[in-house]
Design a protein around this ligand. Structure first.
Ligand code: ZN
Length: 203
């Protein structure tokens, strides 16, 4: 039973809906959960000027390069046995996975500040803004070079400040046994075949 303070006014728009920036960063973080990397799970979500997601990616081995055969470590003295030479970063995968003609003038939401190699790809693909969560490698050469490249190319970047520290996905949230959450059934006139009443937007 809801307490009075949590009772919704079903005639008014929800006020606690997920705003666009949170939605896009959360999408990047959800994609990151696909990563097999034991140390660093990064996701990226590319959004066009109409707030439509046009690409999602996470860090992983290239197609055909089996996750169980290629190295995931980073401490071998033999660089050929470290992950770095093999893994595709989230930004690269998000661009290559795009479902649009191109990603010009798009914004990329990404968990970690892009490295210099990804910065080159972002610049060349026409992405205009980078919104990142963490800049934990700020002092690394790859990050310093990345910022130099992005600055010179006029690609903006800024850190994401989330309104909510946590967004929980609860598969039980929509309880289909609770009739109050089920959209009203269409009333079909069986003689005419016309739908007389239908909630076209049940969400
Ligand atoms: Zn990168």
């Amino acid at each position: 039973m809801d307490s009075p303070s949590t009772v919704r006014n079903i005639n008014k728009k929800r006020e606690d809906f997920l705003e666009w920036p949170e939605y896009f960063m959360a999408t990047a973080f959800l994609a990151a959960k696909r990563s097999k990397d034991p140390c660093s799970q990064v996701g990226a979500c590319i959004v066009n000027e109409n707030n439509i997601i046009v690409g999602i990616g996470y860090n992983g081995m290239p197609k055909g390069c089996a996750d169980d055969e290629f190295p995931w470590g980073k401490e071998s003295k033999n660089n050929l046995e470290n992950k770095y030479l093999y893994v595709c970063h989230a930004e690269l995968n998000a661009i290559l996975n795009k479902n649009s003609v191109d990603v010009r003038n798009c914004t990329i939401y990404v968990g970690l500040f892009p490295c210099n190699e990804c910065a080159k790809v972002l610049i060349q693909s026409g992405i205009k803004e980078v919104i990142y969560m963490s800049d934990k490698h700020a002092t690394k050469l790859s990050t310093l070079a990345s910022k130099r490249l992005l600055d010179a190319s006029g690609v903006k970047y800024r850190q994401f400040i989330p309104k909510n520290r946590k967004i929980v996905i609860d598969f039980d949230e929509i309880n289909w046994n609770d009739q109050s959450q089920v959209p009203s059934s269409p009333m079909v006139n069986h003689l005419s075949g016309q739908v007389e009443e239908m909630n076209l937007n049940p969400q």
